[in-house]
Structure formats: structure tokens, C-alpha cells
Design a protein around this ligand. Structure first.
Ligand code: FAD
Length: 392
């Protein structure tokens, strides 16, 4: 198999590198601040690359699978997000392409493209996570609007969101899936309350969101009443394809190597990088990562040829999560005692000890534990693979 890049792909890679250097000249690092994000987003918009996964008819650049692959690799290596616009850009937009009315597309897509509004995902509820179809948040149609009452949990970034795409119960069919409806809910509506949940990495990302007779106009329903499950399932496969974390893991390997090369080996000689136990485990993780990268490429080319990501995305998510978590463990091993959790907002001491990477990588390790739950837990992915890929 010839995996070398064609002349056109090399030229594309050069353009990507040029854009990165033009936007962040003189080796300036991307720090994830809102100013940096806006600068990067503006640069991508100007090139027509902001909505790089969208179909051409909705403003996407029409990249090949290889171009997507190059983009992911180059942006991740530079520490940049491959797209800006969060859940609106990556998760809701594909749903609007498939199920949204022309009016909904015209109303919501431009704001997503220009990152003018933020979206959150209202699926999970207490008692309805893996068993999502058991959700109970009720939407009752009254005239030309639904009144929504109930509760969502683990809603990432709800405290910053303007809108929520959510699943609601509109009828009590014997088959639970048949009574679910997909709504777009304005988070600034009366009756919405956001309650913060602080996670183990010390950050506030999760929330519990409650609704008390929140009015949602009928025009904000995506698909027909009772069709929400079909809409939601399409969205989840897109969510999971985006969770293979290949570029991130590749970048972590490079940095683990750098960090371990500067640390003593366990037998007091050589560096940790050449310590046989450490080197063998890292090599094994890298081999699995290469195999995952190939599977991801295969999925991308199938998607490019018009297929929906399907159950294969569960495989990518399961394996990708496992590998990225192992990578974060290598960093904790490198950090040794400096990996002890350190949160300035708790200790009140802003100074850090140990190498520069020890604290952020420890936070990444803690945060990374959640990856095998978010977007459907490992066990649920295995069930899907058993049923739909292996046909057991
Ligand atoms: C980082 C992160 C971000 C998230 N963001 C959002 C968000 O923005 N919006 C949103 O709606 N939700 C979000 N979630 C919630 C997430 O979708 C749920 O946590 C997930 O679906 C699991 O549901 P649960 O927490 O209720 O666990 P449960 O479903 O109660 O599962 C508990 C355990 O039982 C196992 N289990 C359950 N059913 C089965 C089965 N049939 N077979 C085998 N094992 C099973 C699970 O694997 C798990 O280990 C997020 C979660 C995380 C961790």
C-alpha cells in the first residue's frame, strides 16, 4: 500500500502550514483564549475552511479524505482546534442538513458558521443516559408552541450556551423510542435554569438544566413529532466519529517522547524513554494508534463516498478513547510526584512545581477519564459493535 502523499496533497499541506504561520507568526502558541479562537476562526473563514466538514452545498470546502486527514494532523500538531463552533458546527449542523427545513437551515446555519451562537446538547437525564429512550422531559403541544418541563444532566457548557438541541417526550408509546421529539430550545427563555456541576479536574463544564414550562415555538421542532429518535441516532454517529482522537494521540506521543527523554530511567541509567518496560508499552500503544489511524482514514473515505458513518464510528470511539487515555497515563508516569492534583482555585496558590507540562497533562489525564463515558459508554459501544458490526 502506497501511503505517500500526492503532489496535490503536498501542496495542500503547504497551504495549511502557511495559514497557520500567517495566523500565529513567530512561533506564537495558540492558548485557547477567546481572542486566539476568534483570530483562528476568522483566518479559517477567510479561506472558506471554517466549516471544513460541511457538504459543499452548505458552504464546505469539499475536501477529500486525505485533505481532512492532513488538516487534522497539521492543526493538532500546532495545538489548534480543527474547527471552531463546538456542538453547533460538529453535531447539530449535520442534523439540520439531513432533517432541518429550509427555513431552519437558513435561520441557524449562518450563526453556527460565524460562531455567533453557542449550542449545547440536551439528551441525558437522571436515569436516562445509556438508556436514553427512557427520557422523561415532557413537551406538550399547546397551539403553536410546545411547553417543556423536566430536567437534563451532564449538559456540557450549558452555562455558556445560547441554544440547546434536545430530546423531549411528546407521547407515551409502548415503544419508548417512538414518543420522542427533537426540539431547538432557546436557553434564554423564561423557565430555563442552569445548575453547575464541578468535575474531578476542577473545572466547571457540566451542568444540570431544569425546565419549567419553557415555551418552544413549533417551528423549532426538527423532523416530525415522534421522529426525534431517528434524528438523534444520526447525530450520535457523527459525534462518535469525531471521538477517535487520532491527531491528539499522535501529538501526545511526540510530546511524551520529548518529556521521557529528559527524565532518568528506572535503573538509574539512560533516560526513561529507553527504559525497556516504558519503551515497550509506548511502542505497543503507538502500533495500536497506527491501526486506528488507518481505520479512521477508511471511515473518512467511506463518508466522502456518501455513506453515513454508521456503527463503525462506535469502533473508532471505543479504541480512540482507550488509546488517548493510555497516552495521558504515560504523562502521569513521567510527571511522577508532580502529578499530584493541583488546582489554584482550591489551594489559593497560583505557583506550580515540576516541569511546565506536568500540571496541564495531569488535568488532561483526569479529564480524559470521562471520554469513555461521554457520547455513550464503552460498554454501550461494545453492544453496538456486537450487534451491528459483528452481527452477533
Ligand atoms: C465528558 C462528558 C460530557 C457529556 N456531555 C453531555 C452533553 O453535553 N449532553 C448530554 O446530554 N449528555 C452528556 N453526557 C452524558 C453522557 O451521555 C452519559 O453520561 C452517558 O450516556 C452514560 O449515561 P449515565 O451517566 O446515565 O450512566 P449509566 O447509563 O447509568 O451507566 C452506568 C454504567 O452502566 C453501564 N451500562 C449501562 N447500560 C448498559 C448496558 N445495556 N450494557 C452494559 N453496560 C451498561 C455503563 O456502561 C456504565 O458503566 C456527558 C458525559 C460526559 C462524561
Amino acid at each position: 500500500m502506497d501511503l505517500s502523499l500526492s503532489a496535490d496533497d503536498l501542496a495542500f499541506r503547504a497551504q495549511v502550514r502557511e495559514l497557520i504561520v500567517e495566523t500565529f507568526p513567530d512561533g506564537e502558541a495558540y492558548e485557547g483564549t477567546s481572542q486566539h479562537e476568534a483570530r483562528w476562526h476568522a483566518a479559517m473563514l477567510a479561506r472558506g475552511w471554517a466549516a471544513n466538514k460541511w457538504p459543499v452545498e452548505f458552504g464546505g470546502p469539499g475536501w477529500t479524505a486525505t485533505q481532512h486527514f492532513i488538516w487534522e494532523r497539521e492543526t493538532t500538531a500546532a495545538g489548534l482546534p480543527s474547527q471552531v463552533g463546538g456542538m453547533g458546527m460538529g453535531m447539530l449542523a449535520p442534523i439540520l442538513f439531513a432533517y432541518g427545513s429550509p427555513e431552519q437551515q437558513a435561520r441557524f446555519l449562518p450563526d453556527i458558521l460565524h460562531n455567533r451562537v453557542r449550542w449545547c446538547q440536551g439528551y441525558s437525564e437522571p436515569g436516562a443516559g445509556s438508556d436514553l429512550a427512557s427520557l422523561r422531559t415532557r413537551a406538550v403541544l399547546q397551539g403553536d408552541r410546545y411547553l417543556v418541563t423536566g430536567e437534563k444532566i451532564w449538559t456540557s457548557n450549558a452555562h455558556q450556551a445560547d441554544w440547546m438541541f434536545c430530546l423531549t417526550r411528546t407521547s407515551d408509546e409502548p415503544k419508548k423510542q417512538a414518543g420522542i421529539t427533537f426540539l431547538l430550545l432557546d436557553m434564554h427563555s423564561p423557565g430555563v435554569e442552569v445548575h453547575p456541576i464541578v468535575s474531578i479536574d476542577g473545572r466547571h463544564m457540566f451542568n444540570r438544566v431544569t425546565f419549567d414550562d419553557v415555551a418552544v415555538p413549533l417551528e423549532n421542532r426538527v423532523g416530525r413529532e415522534g421522529e426525534g429518535w431517528t434524528v438523534a441516532k444520526g447525530l450520535l454517529t457523527h459525534e462518535r466519529t469525531g471521538q477517535a482522537f487520532v491527531s491528539l494521540s499522535l501529538d501526545l506521543v511526540r510530546r511524551i517522547r520529548e518529556a521521557a527523554a529528559g527524565l532518568p530511567g528506572s535503573r538509574g541509567e539512560g533516560s526513561l524513554l529507553h527504559d525497556p518496560g516504558f519503551a515497550a508499552r509506548l511502542a505497543w500503544a503507538e502500533i495500536e494508534l497506527e491501526a486506528l489511524a488507518m481505520t479512521e482514514l477508511r471511515t473518512l473515505s467511506e463518508v466522502e463516498a456518501g455513506a453515513a458513518p454508521g456503527a463503525q464510528s462506535s469502533l473508532l470511539k471505543l479504541k480512540g478513547t482507550d488509546i488517548v487515555q493510555r497516552m495521558t497515563e504515560f504523562f502521569v508516569e513521567c510527571a511522577g510526584p508532580y502529578a499530584a492534583p493541583w488546582f489554584p482555585e482550591i489551594t489559593g496558590r497560583p505557583e506550580t512545581v515540576g516541569p511546565d507540562w506536568a500540571q496541564p497533562e495531569t488535568v488532561r489525564y483526569l479529564e480524559g477519564r470521562a471520554a469513555s463515558i461521554a457520547g455513550g459508554s464503552d460498554e454501550i459501544q461494545r453492544n453496538i459493535i456486537a450487534k451491528h458490526v459483528l452481527r452477533l
